[in-house]
Design a protein around this ligand. Structure first.
Ligand code: NOJ
Length: 747
C-alpha cells in the first residue's frame, strides 16, 4: 500500500461536511450522506475497506484476554500496532486506558487516509465502578435508574479511552439454566424493552457527539435468549409468534429510539445462523425497520458458520456473513482475508462493500472521531472521571434498589441498629472476588465492598465464619459455623453462586445452591437461631430445604462495587426494599424454562380439585416459589379503587389508589397485566403492560394512572401484527400472580 497524503478538504467543503454531520443520526432515523465519507470511500482500496470492517481484541491494552479464548496466548502489542499501520484494523475492543489508546490512534494516523480507530468494550454494568448486574437492576423496575447507571458508565468509558459499548444486552431470557440471563433484564418483554431503551439512552446521551457519549450496541440479534435447554451457544427452536413478540421486540424498540449499532448473535433461527441470516440482518432490520447503523458480528460468529454447517470454509463464511448484512467481523480476520478477493471475482458487489464501510465511517463521524481522533483519549479525564464519589454513591443506591426481599416471616427484618451478636456465615461473607458478577472484568476490584466490610462500616462487631467453600466442604467448617451460630442472636447466611457460575458459557442443569453450602445451611438452621439468607446469584435459583425455609431471604444477586454497603443498607432498614423479581424463582430446576407469561394449554391444571390428565409434573406444583413481579417491603401497601373503563377503542386509563399502611416510607411497584380471552392465536395467561413505582410516606395514598393503548393489545398473527376486538382480563397487581381480576372490551 503506497502512502498518500490524507484527503484535504477546503474550508467550504469542511463547512459543508460539518453541516451534514450535524444533521446526521444513527438508528432508525435518516442518515444524511456525508461528503467526507463519500470522498474517503472513493479513495479507498478494497483492502483498506476490509480493514475498516475488521476488529480485534485489544492486544496493546490486553485486559480482555481471558474473555476472548480465541486469542493467541501471547499478547503482541508491536504486532497489533504494525497491523494498524497496515490498515487492517478498524476497531479495537476490551482495552482500557489512555496510553495504549493514544499509541494505537497515533499508529492509525500514520495510515494514508488517517481514518481514526474506534475503541469498543463490553461495558455491561459499569467499567471501573461496577453497578448491579442487569438482571438485578431490572428488579428496581425503574428505567430512570437504569439510564442513570448507564450514563455514569458512559462517562467512565469515555474517560478510559473507549467510545462504543457492546451493551445493552436485550435478550429476553426465559430459561434460568442459561448463564447469560445475568446480563439482561429478565423474562419479561415489556420490562426488558423499557430498560433496553433506557440503558441505550444512558449510554448514547442526548447527542452522540458529546464527549461523554458512547455508541450503544443492542445484542445479540436475535433470539439468543431462546437457546435450547438453556445451554449457551445452542440452537434455537422458535415460533414466528414468539420470535416477533418476545425476542425481536426489544431490538425494534432500540432501533426506533436511535441505537447506533446491533450485534448479530451466535445462534440459528429456523435453521439459518443469525450471523448469516439475510432476512434478519438486512430485510427485517434495515428494510422493514429502517435501521441505518452498523451490524457487528459477535466474536468469530462469521467463522462459526462453518461449524454450524452453513458455510464450507473461511471464504464462504465471510461471503455469507457479509452478504447477509454483517458489516464488521469480530476477531475472525475473515473480512481482511477474503473480501478483496470476493470483490475481485465479482462474488460480492462493490456497492455492498461501500455500504458496510459507509456504516462504519458514519459511526466514527457521528461520535466526532474525524474531527478529533483523540476524542475520549484524555489523561485528565482518566484521572478525574473514574470511580468518582458520585459514581460510588450511585452504585450503592442502585445496589440497594436491586435487592429483593423474598420473604420476611415475623418481620425479622429490618435488623435493629444494635441487633446483638451477629454471625456472618458462608463463603460470601468476607469474599471480595465474587461481588460484581459476570462481565465486569475491567472493574476495579479494589473498590469491592464485602458483606463483612459493609457491616463493619456500621461499627458492628461481626463473627465471620466461612463454613464451606462454594462447591466443596472445608474441614471443620460446619462445626465452626454451628458454634458461631449458637453464640449469635442472628445469623446472616451468605450463600449462593460464584460470579463464574453465570455469564457466557456458564449454563447449569441444576439451578440450586451447591450441596456443600446446603449442608452448611441445614446445620446452621438446626441451631434454631433466626437466619437471614443473603443469596448471591446471577440467575433465579430453585431454593430448597433450610434455605427455602429460612424466615427471611434477600435476593442480593451481584450488586457491583458497593455490594456490602448496599446489603447493609437494606438489612438495617436505611433503605426500605422495593425491588420486584425480574425472573420467576421456580420450585424445581426441572420446571425450566419457567416464565409467568406462558400459554394456558387445553388442559391447564386447576388450583384446586383433581389434577389428573392436566398439564403438570408429578413432583411439584406448577406455580413459582417466587413469581415474576414479587418483592416485599418493610411497609405494607394496599391497592383500592381500581377503575377500569368497560370499553376501549384507541387508549384508556386505568386508575388505582395505592396506600402505604405501614409505619415507614417505602415504594410499591404497581403492575398492570392483561390477558386476551379469545383470539385467533393462543395468548399468554398474563402479560405485563404497564408499571409505576410509587414512593409513599406512612399512611399516605396516591392515585396512579396507568395507560393502555391499542398497540399494547396487538399480537403476531399469521404474518403480521394484528389487534382483535373482544374481551380482555385485566389486573392491577403487586406481582404477576396477585390482583383482583377485572375486564374490559376492546371495540
Ligand atoms: C462474545 C459475547 O457473546 C459478546 O456479548 C461480547 O460482546 C463479545 N464476546 C466481545 O467480548
Amino acid at each position: 500500500m503506497s502512502p498518500h497524503s490524507a484527503p484535504k478538504l477546503d474550508r467550504r467543503q469542511m463547512l459543508k461536511a460539518g453541516a451534514t454531520i450535524a444533521g446526521l443520526s444513527l438508528g432508525g432515523r435518516a442518515l444524511a450522506q456525508s461528503d467526507r465519507i463519500e470522498s474517503l470511500i472513493r479513495q479507498m482500496t478494497p483492502a483498506e475497506k476490509a480493514g475498516q470492517l475488521s476488529c480485534f481484541s485489544d492486544q496493546i491494552r490486553p485486559i480482555g484476554l481471558p474473555f476472548n479464548p480465541g486469542l493467541p496466548a501471547r499478547n503482541d502489542a508491536a504486532a497489533q500496532l504494525a497491523r494498524i499501520r497496515k490498515g487492517e484494523i478498524g476497531m479495537l475492543f476490551n482495552g482500557v486506558g489512555y496510553a495504549g489508546a493514544r499509541a494505537a490512534q497515533d499508529a492509525m494516523m500514520e495510515t494514508r487516509l488517517k481514518i481514526p480507530l474506534i475503541f469498543a468494550g463490553d461495558v455491561i454494568h459499569g467499567l471501573r465502578t461496577a453497578y448491579p448486574l442487569p438482571i438485578a437492576e431490572a428488579c428496581a423496575f425503574d428505567p430512570d435508574l437504569a439510564e442513570r447507571t448507564a450514563r455514569a458508565a458512559a462517562i467512565e468509558t469515555t474517560a478510559l479511552g473507549m467510545q462504543w459499548t457492546f451493551a445493552p444486552m436485550v435478550d429476553v431470557a426465559r430459561d434460568q439454566r442459561w448463564g447469560r440471563v445475568a446480563e439482561g433484564s429478565g423474562e419479561d418483554v415489556y420490562l426488558g424493552t423499557k430498560l433496553a431503551v433506557a440503558r441505550m439512552r444512558g449510554f448514547q446521551g442526548r447527542d452522540l457527539r458529546d464527549p461523554t457519549s458512547v455508541a450503544a450496541c443492542a445484542k445479540h440479534f436475535a433470539a439468543y435468549g431462546a437457546v435450547s435447554g438453556g445451554m449457551d451457544y445452542n440452537f434455537t427452536e422458535i415460533s414466528p409468534q414468539t420470535l416477533h413478540e418476545v425476542h425481536l421486540a426489544p431490538f425494534k424498540a432500540c432501533v426506533d429510539a436511535g441505537v447506533a449499532t446491533i450485534m448479530s448473535a451466535f445462534n440459528d433461527i429456523d435453521g439459518v445462523p443469525s450471523s448469516g441470516n439475510k432476512w434478519l440482518l438486512t430485510d427485517l432490520l434495515h428494510g422493514q425497520w429502517g435501521f441505518k447503523g452498523l451490524v457487528v458480528g459477535d466474536y468469530t460468529a462469521d467463522e462459526e458458520l462453518i461449524v454450524h454447517g452453513y458455510a464450507a470454509d473461511g471464504r464462504d463464511a465471510a461471503k455469507k456473513a457479509f452478504l447477509a448484512g454483517m458489516d464488521m467481523a469480530m476477531a475472525s480476520n475473515l473480512f481482511n482475508l477474503w473480501l478483496p478477493d470476493l470483490i475481485e471475482k465479482g462474488e460480492v458487489p462493490m456497492a455492498r462493500l461501500d455500504e458496510a464501510v459507509r456504516r462504519v465511517l458514519s459511526l466514527k463521524e457521528a461520535i466526532g472521531l474525524f474531527d478529533n481522533p483523540y476524542r475520549s483519549i484524555s489523561q485528565k479525564a482518566e484521572r478525574t472521571q473514574v470511580s468518582t464519589p458520585g459514581m460510588l454513591k450511585l452504585s450503592r443506591e442502585a445496589g440497594a434498589r436491586s435487592i429483593v426481599l423474598l420473604k420476611n416471616e415475623g418481620d425479622l427484618l429490618p435488623l435493629k441498629a444494635n441487633p446483638g451478636r451477629i454471625a456472618l456465615i458462608g463463603p460470601f461473607g468476607e469474599d471480595r472476588d465474587n461481588v460484581v458478577g459476570t462481565w465486569a472484568f475491567m472493574s476495579d476490584a479494589t473498590l469491592n465492598v464485602s458483606i463483612a466490610q459493609g457491616l463493619r462500616n456500621r461499627k458492628l462487631t461481626v463473627d465471620v465464619v466461612k463454613g464451606s467453600d462454594v462447591e466443596a466442604p472445608i474441614a471443620g467448617g460446619i462445626e465452626a459455623a454451628v458454634a458461631a451460630a449458637r453464640n449469635a442472636d442472628v445469623v446472616l447466611l451468605a450463600i449462593g453462586e460464584t460470579q463464574l457460575m453465570s455469564g457466557e458459557a456458564q449454563s447449569r442443569t441444576e439451578i440450586v445452591v451447591p450441596d456443600a453450602q446446603m449442608a452448611l445451611a441445614e446445620a446452621v438452621a438446626a441451631t434454631g437461631k433466626p437466619v437471614v439468607v443473603l443469596l448471591r446469584h446471577g440467575r433465579a435459583l430453585a431454593l430448597h430445604g433450610a434455605v427455602k425455609d429460612a424466615p427471611a431471604i434477600l435476593a442480593t444477586w451481584f450488586l457491583g462495587s458497593e455490594s456490602g454497603n448496599a446489603i447493609a443498607d437494606v438489612l438495617f432498614g436505611d433503605v426500605n426494599p422495593s425491588a420486584k423479581l425480574s425472573v420467576s424463582f421456580p420450585r424445581e430446576s426441572g420446571q425450566e424454562p419457567y416464565f409467568y407469561n406462558h400459554k394456558n394449554t387445553g388442559r391447564s391444571a386447576p388450583d384446586t380439585g383433581s389434577q389428573e390428565y392436566k398439564a403438570r409434573y408429578r413432583e411439584t406444583k406448577n406455580e413459582a416459589l417466587y413469581p415474576f413481579g414479587h418483592g416485599l417491603s418493610y411497609s405494607r401497601f394496599t391497592l383500592t379503587n381500581v377503575t377500569v373503563p368497560a370499553q376501549m377503542t384507541d387508549a384508556m386509563e386505568v386508575t388505582a389508589t395505592v396506600t402505604n399502611t405501614g409505619s415507614r416510607a417505602g415504594a410499591e411497584v404497581v403492575q398492570l397485566y392483561i390477558h386476551d380471552k379469545v383470539a385467533s392465536r393462543t395468548r399468554p395467561v398474563r402479560e405485563l403492560k404497564g408499571f409505576e413505582r410509587v414512593l409513599l410516606n406512612p399512611r399516605q395514598s396516591r392515585t396512579i394512572r396507568l395507560r393502555l393503548t391499542r398497540d399494547d393489545l396487538r399480537f403476531w398473527g399469521e404474518n403480521d401484527w394484528v389487534v382483535e376486538p373482544g374481551q380482555f382480563d385485566l389486573w392491577v397487581a403487586t406481582s404477576s400472580v396477585d390482583g383482583e381480576k377485572r375486564s374490559f372490551e376492546l371495540v
